[in-house]
Design a protein around this ligand. Structure first.
Ligand code: SF4
Ligand SMILES: [Zn+2]
Ligand SMILES: [Zn+2]
Length: 306
C-alpha cells in the first residue's frame, strides 16, 4: 500500500500525483514535471546540434498534427528568452480535399493563439496540380512517395519565401529510428550517411533542423493531450500500408519488450553516419536544389528535365 502510494507520486517533485510513466527511465511524472522535462529535452537537443543562432528566423513546418503543434509550442517557449529570434509557421496545402482543410484550420488556430505569423504554400501553385489530381493518375511510385518529395520541396520554398534561415520539422524519435531501419532494409547507405538531426548548411538553401528528434512519439502525443492542444487525428485518405508501417510496428513491439530500443537505433544511425563523408550533396541541373545525382527527386518525379 505504502509502496503503491509512493509509486503514484511524481518522482521529480515528490508532491503532485504522477500522470505519466516513462518505461525507459522508470520516472513517474506529474503534468508540470512532464512539461518541464520535455522542454529541457528539446532545449538540450537544440544546443547539442547547434540548431539555431541567437537571432535565427525560424520557419516551423506546421501540419496541424500533434508533433508539429507540440514543436511550435515548445519552440515558442524556448525562443521567449531570445528576443532577437523569430518564429514563423509554414504550412503546405497538398490539395487533399477534406483532410488538409481541417488540418490547416487547426494550424491557424494554434498560430493565432501564440501570435505566430503563418504562411501557406500549395501544391497547385507550386507544381500546377493538387495531390488529389496526382493520386488519380497512373504513377511510377506510390502516392505518399510523390507527396513526400513534393512536400519537402514545398517546405523549402515556403521557408525561403518567409526569409527564414532555419526550417524546423516535427520529426520525432520514432520517425528517426524508423528512417534508420528503413534505410538499412533498403540498403540505402547514402541516406544513412545523410542522417543529420541538425541539418547541413548549403548555400542558397534553408538549413533543416529536427528539434523533436530525441522525443518519443508517445510523449509528443501526451504533451498534446495534457496541454489540451487541438490537433488533427483523421488519417489522410491516401495513407498507405507502406514498409514504414511494418517498421513502426516492429519498433513499437521492441520498445515494449526492451524500453530504450528506439533511442539505441537512433544513436546507431548517428554512429553509422559518422563513418561516411557527410553525404556531400550536388545540385540539381534543372532547379539547383540539393541532389544526389544529376536531377533532384522533385524534378525527376514531376518530369522536369530543363
Ligand atoms: S499520407 Fe501520404 S499522401 Fe497523405 S499527406 Fe501524408 S504523404 Fe501525403
Ligand atoms: Zn512533479
Ligand atoms: Zn530539381
Amino acid at each position: 500500500m505504502t509502496l503503491n502510494t509512493l509509486n503514484r507520486s511524481c518522482t521529480k517533485c515528490r508532491g503532485a500525483p504522477s500522470v505519466y510513466y516513462r518505461p525507459y527511465s522508470g520516472e513517474r511524472l506529474c503534468a508540470a514535471c512532464f512539461n518541464d522535462s520535455l522542454f529541457e529535452r528539446v532545449k538540450k537537443t537544440v544546443g547539442k546540434y547547434n540548431m539555431f543562432e541567437y537571432d535565427s528566423r525560424i520557419a516551423v513546418g506546421v501540419s496541424g498534427g500533434k508533433d508539429s503543434l507540440a514543436m511550435l509550442r515548445l519552440l515558442h517557449e524556448l525562443e521567449r528568452d531570445r528576443p532577437y529570434a523569430e518564429l514563423v509557421a509554414v504550412c503546405v496545402d497538398e490539395g487533399v480535399k477534406g483532410y488538409r482543410d481541417e488540418a490547416l484550420s487547426l494550424a491557424e488556430k494554434n498560430c493565432s493563439e501564440l501570435g505566430v505569423e503563418m504562411h501557406t504554400v500549395g501544391f497547385k501553385e507550386l507544381f500546377g496540380e493538387t495531390m488529389d489530381v496526382i493520386a488519380a493518375r497512373d504513377r511510377e511510385l506510390g502516392t505518399c512517395s510523390y507527396c513526400g518529395v513534393l512536400r519537402r520541396r514545398a517546405l523549402d520554398e515556403a521557408a525561403k519565401a518567409v526569409d527564414a534561415d532555419r526550417l524546423a520539422t516535427g520529426h520525432n524519435l520514432d520517425d528517426m529510428a524508423q528512417s534508420v531501419l528503413l534505410n538499412v532494409l533498403r540498403g540505402d547507405a547514402m541516406r544513412i550517411d545523410a542522417f543529420r538531426p541538425g541539418g547541413q548548411s548549403l548555400e542558397g538553401f534553408v538549413r533543416r533542423v529536427k528539434p523533436l528528434c530525441e522525443v518519443p512519439e508517445r510523449e509528443t502525443t501526451f504533451y498534446a493531450y495534457v496541454n489540451g492542444l487541438e490537433f488533427q487525428s483523421l488519417p489522410c485518405p491516401y495513407s498507405e500500408e507502406a514498409m514504414r508501417s511494418d517498421v513502426r510496428r516492429f519498433l513499437n513491439r521492441m520498445e515494449v519488450k526492451r524500453p530504450g530500443t528506439k533511442f539505441i537505433v537512433y544513436q546507431t544511425g548517428l554512429k553509422i553516419r559518422g563513418r561516411g563523408d557527410g553525404g556531400v550533396l550536388r545540385r540539381c541541373r534543372v532547379c539547383g536544389s540539393p541532389a544526389r545525382g544529376d536531377l533532384c527527386r522533385a524534378c525527376e518525379l514531376s518530369g522536369r528535365t530543363e
